[in-house]
Design a protein around this ligand. Structure first.
Ligand code: SF4
Length: 342
């Protein structure tokens, strides 16, 4: 078995086999002193995800280092599962997959094809480069928007897309990200949670700081004065009893939710409309905010979509500045400028 490969890519079946051959199990991992290094590295994996969006690399000199690296992976996944926060899970999945992408860059084609197969991707390396079945290519590349990634712009032979290594690795990054997101959260026994309490609490604190940093309001209170002109216009139309098109209602609710308002607070804003229908509005709002489906809800549309939908109202000078492409960016810039002036 290639133990370095098993440690570099700890999601492989070889990695699980290596752990098993060494008598490593999850119970010892969370509690035994022998696995302190794996726990500390597991914690580091999650911190790296939150702070750098990429899991860092550690040298794998000895068999012991490799075993600890492999066991750090389930430890990180258990921490993420215990916290069970969608933002954290997505960020962790991205950070692990970015790390894999970088490592693949320095590995040979046959290793890359091996990792691809382990991720369930139908692929091969035949001495003339890397190929991936077009079905898998489509499945994992559609979210990459630039035209060069469209299937029509690739070279396809016998149902396989011929890809430069860099692009092949990028598609695998999406495959690993999807896999981790679909596998988490794991079900974690209560006894494990108690043993891991300080690591879970530590990550929870960093998570909430990171979320505040990313929040359009910077974690501060929401000030509707900083809303972009489009959202102010839509809100004013609602207050005046005008019949809002679905796209406008959707844009406003998802925008307010992204600022941090919950369904009840948004409903209270709509309640000022003369034709307010509480049960209908409540259903629509709870659908958009994800409360009905137990998800994070929808992302508000960017300026180009607002323009296409004819709801980019009263754009001002800030709207016309070079980097303005999203109503949330408008809010961030406006509130940041105001804070600096204050
Ligand atoms: S440019 Fe963007 S932020 Fe400004 S009004 Fe139009 S949609 Fe809103």
């Amino acid at each position: 078995m290639d133990t370095v490969r098993a440690a570099r890519y700890p999601f492989l079946r070889d990695s699980a086999k290596l752990a098993e051959d060494n008598g490593a199990d999850v119970e010892s991992l969370v509690s035994s002193e022998s696995y302190a290094q794996a726990r500390s590295r597991g914690l580091e994996r999650v911190l790296d995800a939150l702070e750098n969006s990429e899991v860092s690399y550690r040298p794998l000199m000895s068999d012991f280092d490799r075993l600890m690296e492999i066991m750090s992976y389930p430890y990180a996944r258990i921490i993420v599962s215990c916290i069970n926060d969608r933002f954290l899970t997505k960020r962790y999945a991205l950070a692990e997959s970015v790390r894999m992408n970088k490592l693949l860059g320095s590995d040979e084609d046959k290793t890359v094809a091996f990792v691809a197969n382990e991720l369930g991707v139908n692929a091969s390396a035949d001495g003339n480069g890397l190929r991936m079945h077009f079905g898998d290519y489509l499945r994992f590349s559609t979210r990459i928007k630039s035209p060069e990634w469209k299937l029509i712009n690739t070279e396809v032979h016998d149902g396989y897309v011929v890809l430069a290594k860099e692009k092949f690795d990028r598609v695998l990054q999406n495959a690993l990200q999807d896999r981790i997101e679909s596998e988490l959260p794991l079900s974690v026994p209560e006894a494990f949670i108690s043993s891991m309490r300080s690591d879970i609490d530590h990550i929870s604190v960093i998570l909430s700081e990171t979320k505040s940093r990313y929040s359009p309001t910077g974690g501060g209170p929401i000030d509707l004065d900083f809303m972009p002109p489009c959202m102010k216009a839509i809100l004013s139309q609602a207050h005046n009893g005008m019949n809002l098109p679905h796209s406008a209602r959707f844009a406003l609710v998802s925008f307010l939710h992204a600022l941090g308002m919950d369904s009840t607070q948004i409903l209270a804003l709509f309640a000022e409309s003369p034709d307010f229908d509480e049960s209908k509005s409540s259903y629509q709002i709870r659908h958009i905010t994800g409360e009905l489906s137990g998800t994070e809800g929808y992302t508000p549309p960017e300026c180009s979509t607002m323009k296409t939908n004819g709801i980019c109202f009263n754009d001002d000078n800030l709207c016309r500045s070079e980097h303005m492409n999203h109503p949330l960016t408008y809010y961030r810039v406006k509130s940041g400028t105001s804070r600096r002036q204050g």
